[in-house]
Design a protein. Structure first.
Length: 270
C-alpha cells in the first residue's frame, strides 16, 4: 500500500490549505474544506474498511451513504496543516444514513471534523444533484467579499451584477452568479440547510458578515472560483465611493459570455 502522505489528493489539500492561509482567508482556525474522494484512489493509500472510531454528525444525509471525504478538523489552524496533516485532517466515511462519520485516517490527536461538516455535507448533496462531477466544498473568510456584505445590497441579483461588472473574467468563472444568505448562526444544521438550498442554483454562497462557500470539481477550480469573486469585491471596494466614468455593460457581459461559451444566469442581465 502506498504512503498516504504521498497521495495526490492529500498533497493537493495541504497545498490548498496553505495557499488559503497565505491569502489571509483563513485566520486562526477559521474556514474548512471537504473533498469527496474516489474510493479507488483512497484504497491505494489506506484500508477503507478499517474504522478508527465513529463520530456522530447530528443530521441525516442518506444520499451520501458510503462516500468518503477528506476534511479539515475542528479548531485546526490552516497554517499548521503542512506540518502535521495527520493531526489536522481526517478521512471519513459517511455511514448509518449520514448520522455517523466513520474515521478512517487522521485526526490523530483525538479531535473531530470541522463543526461545519453538516453544512459541507448538505452542500455536497446539493451539488451532487446539480453536477455529479463536483467534489469540493470550501469555506473561508475573504476580507473584501466579507466587507462588501456591510455596504452592498444583499439582493443576489444585484450582488452578482456588481461582481460581474468589476472584471471581464467574472461572468466566465461564475456565470451561475452568487447566492447570498443574511447573517445566521454558523455551525448549525439551520445554516447548513439554507446553504444547501442556495447551492442548488449556484456554486458560490456568501454568508453575510461571515464569509463564503464555494463548490467545484476539484480544489484548484474551487479556489479559483473564490479567488475571482474576491478580486472583484476588492475592485468594487476601491471604486464604490468614486464617481464611475465607465463599467462593463450588460451588452459587454453578454459578449464575453458568448465568446467563452458560458450562459449567464437567466434573468440577471437587463
Amino acid at each position: 500500500m502506498k504512503d498516504i502522505l504521498e497521495a495526490p489528493f492529500l498533497i493537493e489539500m495541504v497545498r490548498t490549505a496553505a495557499n488559503m492561509y497565505s491569502h489571509g482567508w483563513d485566520e486562526r482556525n477559521g474556514g474548512n474544506i471537504s473533498l469527496r474522494l474516489d474510493e479507488a484512489d483512497a484504497a491505494q493509500h489506506l484500508d477503507t474498511s478499517a474504522a478508527i472510531r465513529d463520530i456522530p454528525t447530528g443530521f441525516e444525509a442518506p444520499e451520501l451513504e458510503g462516500l468518503c471525504f477528506l476534511v479539515t478538523g475542528a479548531g485546526k489552524y490552516f497554517k499548521n496543516i503542512p506540518y502535521d496533516p495527520a493531526r489536522n485532517l481526517g478521512i471519513i466515511r459517511i455511514v448509518q444514513g449520514g448520522n455517523t462519520a466513520r474515521l478512517l485516517w487522521g485526526l490523530s490527536d483525538g479531535g473531530s471534523f470541522t463543526s461545519e461538516l453538516p453544512a459541507h455535507l448538505m452542500s455536497h448533496a446539493a451539488r451532487l444533484r446539480a453536477d455529479p462531477r463536483q467534489r469540493v466544498v470550501m469555506h473561508c473568510h475573504p476580507s473584501n467579499l466579507l466587507a462588501m456584505t456591510y455596504v452592498h445590497d444583499l439582493d443576489e441579483r444585484a450582488f452578482t451584477r456588481t461582481l460581474w461588472q468589476m472584471c471581464t473574467e467574472c461572468v466566465m468563472v461564475f456565470p451561475d452568479g452568487v447566492n447570498v444568505l443574511p447573517w445566521m448562526l454558523c455551525g448549525t444544521n439551520e445554516i447548513g440547510r439554507a446553504t444547501a438550498d442556495k447551492m442548488e442554483t449556484a456554486r458560490l454562497v456568501v454568508w453575510a458578515q461571515h464569509g463564503i462557500y464555494g463548490a467545484g470539481a476539484d480544489l484548484d477550480e474551487t479556489f479559483g472560483l473564490i479567488e475571482t469573486a474576491e478580486k472583484a469585491a476588492e475592485i468594487y471596494l476601491k471604486i464604490a465611493h468614486l464617481p464611475l466614468k465607465a463599467t462593463l455593460s450588460d451588452s459587454a457581459i453578454r459578449q464575453i459570455a458568448a465568446h467563452t461559451g458560458v450562459t449567464p444566469r437567466e434573468g440577471w442581465l437587463e
